[in-house]
Design a protein around this ligand. Structure first.
Ligand code: HEC
Ligand code: HEC
Length: 283
C-alpha cells in the first residue's frame, strides 16, 4: 500500500474507533440514568387473610389496571414495542412478586420504586400513592393469592430514541417526579360520598387524566364530566358509552374492562366530586 493510503486508512480507523468509543460512553451514561435509584424507606403493611378482603383486593386490582397492563391473569405482556424507542415488558406479576417482601411490594405500588431501588417505567404510582393502608393490604392479599403462571417474556430493551431522551432527562417516571411524602388522600378519613369520589378519582382516573385530573395526552380535563347527568355518567363508567354516542376509544374499553366493577355509590361519589372539583387545585 502507498504511504498516503496507509495514512488515510489509519486515520479512518482511528475516527471510527473514536466514534464507537464516544457512542459506547453515551450509551453507558444513558443506561446509568435509567439505573438511578430512589431512597424511599420501607414501611410495614398489614395483609388480611380472609376471603372477603382478597375478593375486594381483586376488584381493586382490576379498577387500578394491574390486570390489563399486566394482562388478565397478571401473567405479563409486552407493553410497548416501538422499533427505535423501546420494548417495555410489563412483567409476570405472579412470578415477580415472589422475590418481594410485603413492604417492598407496598413501596413498588405506592412509590414506583422496584426492589433494587430503581424506578418502574410506566407504573402510575403517583395515583396509587393515595391508596389507604386497608386497600393496599387487600390488593397485596389478592396478588399473593393469584395462581403462579409460567409465562416468560423477552427482556425490556431501551433503544436509541429512549437513550437520547434519557440523556436529556426527558423520560419522566412517577418515582422521579412524585412527592413521596405528600398527605395521603386515602388516609384522610373522609367517608362522605364526595370523599369517596375524590379518593377513587385520585387513585384510578389520574393514571390517564393526569395527576391533577386536568388532562394528559388524549384524555381531557375531567371537568368535562360536568356535561354528564348521573345516569349518563353511569352509562359512561359502567358500559363505556359517551353522552353523545361517540366512540371514545381507550376510555370506552377501559370502562368496559375495568370500571364496570365500580359500585353505584362509587359512581355517584365520583360524579359529585368531579362536578364540585375546583378548576385550579389538585384532587
Ligand atoms: C400503565 C400500566 C401499568 C399499570 C396500571 C400497572 N403496572 Fe406494574 N408495571 C408496568 C410496567 C411497564 C412495568 C415494568 C417496569 C420496568 O421494568 O421498569 C411494571 C412492573 C411491575 C412489577 C415488577 C417490578 C420488578 O421488580 O420487576 C410488579 C410486581 C408490578 N408492576 C405490579 C403492579 C401492580 C400490583 C399494579 C396495580 C396496583 C400495577 N403493576 C399496575 C406497567 C403497569
Ligand atoms: C386508561 C386510561 C384512562 C383511564 C384510567 C380513565 N380515562 Fe377517562 N378518558 C380516557 C381517554 C383517552 C379519554 C378521551 C376519549 C376520547 O375522547 O376519545 C377519556 C375521556 C373521559 C371523559 C370524557 C368523555 C366525553 O364525553 O368526551 C370522561 C368524563 C372521563 N374520561 C372520565 C373518567 C373517569 C371518571 C375516570 C376514572 C374512574 C377515567 N376517565 C379514567 C382515558 C382514561
Amino acid at each position: 500500500m502507498r504511504p498516503y493510503l496507509l495514512g488515510l486508512a489509519l486515520g479512518l480507523a482511528l475516527l471510527a474507533g473514536a466514534g464507537a468509543t464516544t457512542w459506547w460512553m453515551l450509551d453507558q451514561r444513558a443506561l446509568a440514568r435509567a439505573a438511578t435509584t430512589y431512597d424511599v424507606p420501607l414501611e410495614p403493611v398489614d395483609i388480611p387473610t380472609d376471603d372477603a378482603s382478597r375478593a375486594e383486593g381483586e376488584r381493586l386490582a382490576w379498577l387500578h389496571g394491574c390486570h390489563g397492563c399486566h394482562a388478565d391473569s397478571l401473567q405479563g405482556k409486552v407493553f410497548v414495542e416501538e422499533p427505535r424507542v423501546m420494548r417495555l415488558v410489563a412483567p409476570n406479576v405472579t412470578q415477580a412478586i415472589r422475590a418481594y417482601s410485603d413492604p417492598e411490594l407496598a413501596r413498588l405500588i405506592r412509590h414506583g420504586v422496584k426492589r433494587n431501588g430503581t424506578a418502574a417505567f410506566a407504573m402510575p404510582s403517583g395515583g396509587f400513592y393515595h391508596l389507604s393502608d386497608t386497600d393496599l393490604g387487600r390488593l397485596i392479599a389478592h396478588l399473593r393469592a393469584a395462581p403462579v403462571r409460567g409465562d416468560t417474556w423477552p427482556p425490556t430493551e431501551l433503544r436509541i430514541l429512549t437513550k437520547v431522551a434519557l440523556l436529556r432527562d426527558e423520560v419522566p417516571t412517577d418515582a422521579g417526579t412524585m412527592d413521596h411524602a405528600a398527605p395521603r388522600i386515602g388516609a384522610s378519613g373522609d367517608t362522605s360520598l364526595v370523599g369517596l369520589g375524590r379518593y377513587r378519582a385520585s387513585t384510578i382516573c389520574t393514571e390517564c387524566h393526569g395527576i391533577t385530573l386536568r388532562g394528559q395526552d388524549n384524555a381531557p380535563a375531567l371537568v368535562q364530566a360536568l356535561g354528564y347527568t348521573l345516569p349518563q355518567f353511569t352509562a359512561l363508567l359502567l358500559d363505556g358509552r359517551a353522552r353523545d354516542g361517540r366512540d371514545i376509544g381507550l376510555m370506552g374499553t377501559t370502562a368496559r374492562r375495568r370500571f364496570r366493577r365500580l359500585t353505584p355509590r362509587e359512581v355517584e361519589g365520583l360524579w359529585h366530586y368531579l362536578r364540585a372539583m375546583p378548576l385550579t387545585s389538585s384532587p
